[in-house]
Design a protein around this ligand. Structure first.
Ligand code: NAP
Length: 271
């Protein structure tokens, strides 16, 4: 897909951070945008920003409260959205959460919540929308993370969910090709968002040391790469030079990544 004018874009997690930046850029591209997240007040504030970036009177903008981790909520809200707006041309599954901790401090409840939001959330939206997208084709982007191809200290539950998104998406991509639906995975590095600020509150010292030298991107920069990735039909969309380099090293010279991360961990633990 090259042109988003008059297209219909659904974005879960579209009220904040990377999802909100993507919604704004899609509005600027001439698309109609429906965003989904839990808190209505944040949805309403986000919608004002998204609308202000629209370029034509025919564009529609809406926000619907939905919890991606709850099957009943997704079934009911997306069924209503399908009836009201129709099947999306583009589905961006961006809703997600990260609460880094040492493995011993991650409760069963936290593991369950992370999987239900980050992984089941994507399953829930895809399983309801894909049957309706098949007739006209389209694009799906599932938001993973650099922690979706690189296990990083402090992210046991998050990494499990984000690695799983890559496997799910690669399989779905091959199954949906015949319907002219492309499937991509976005793997952002650290990105300056409200979610990232929350994540920083619980990071173990070792996790901080690993990410200390990494460049933090803006949500707008990440959203621009997401949209370029759809245009180029890239499977792994990895924003920024550092991210692309890390992906290359992890695949071809993983010992370098191990040494760099290991040194940061050892230094912190010796202190
Ligand atoms: N920021 C980073 O450094 C970074 C790096 C790599 C990957 N990512 C990934 O990028 C995505 C967006 O992250 P962000 O930093 O932009 O986060 P953010 O600012 O916290 O935004 C998260 C969005 O998801 C929604 N959301 C959270 N849980 C939800 C649920 N159960 N059901 C429906 N909506 C839910 C939030 O709204 P409500 O809370 O109102 O529901 C909000 O709209 C996530 O998948 C994250 O894992 C982020």
């Amino acid at each position: 897909m090259k042109d988003f004018r008059d297209k219909l874009v659904y974005i879960t997690g579209g009220s904040s951070g990377i999802g909100l930046a993507t919604a704004g850029l899609m509005a600027q591209e001439g698309a109609s945008v429906v965003i989904f997240s839990r808190r209505q007040q944040i949805l309403d504030e986000a919608l004002k920003q998204i609308k202000s970036r629209g370029v034509s009177a025919g564009q529609k903008f809406a926000g619907r409260s939905m919890d991606v981790s709850k099957r009943e909520s997704v079934e009911s809200v997306l069924s209503s959205a399908l009836a009201e707006f129709g099947a999306p041309d583009v589905l961006i599954n961006c809703a997600g959460r990260a609460y880094p901790h040492y493995f011993e401090d991650i409760s069963y409840q936290q593991f369950d919540d992370t999987m239900k939001t980050n992984l089941y959330g994507i399953w829930n939206a895809c399983s309801i929308l894909v049957p309706h997208m098949k007739a006209k084709g389209g694009a799906i982007v599932n938001v993973s993370s650099m922690v979706g191809f690189l296990g990083v200290f402090g992210y046991c539950d998050y990494a499990a969910s984000k690695f799983a998104i890559v496997g799910f998406s690669e399989t779905l991509r091959s199954e949906l090709k015949k319907y002219n639906i492309t499937v991509s995975v976005l793997c952002p590095p650290d990105t300056d968002t409200p979610g990232f600020a929350t994540e920083n509150l619980t990071k173990p010292a070792e996790t901080r040391a690993i990410s200390a030298s990494a460049k933090v991107m803006t949500s707008e920069e990440v959203a621009r790469e997401l949209i370029a990735g759809i245009r180029k039909n890239t499977f792994m969309i990895i924003p920024g030079f550092d991210g692309k380099l890390t992906y290359f090293l992890k695949r071809h010279m993983p010992f370098i990544i191990d040494r760099v991360m290991g040194a940061a961990i050892n230094k912190t633990q010796k202190r």
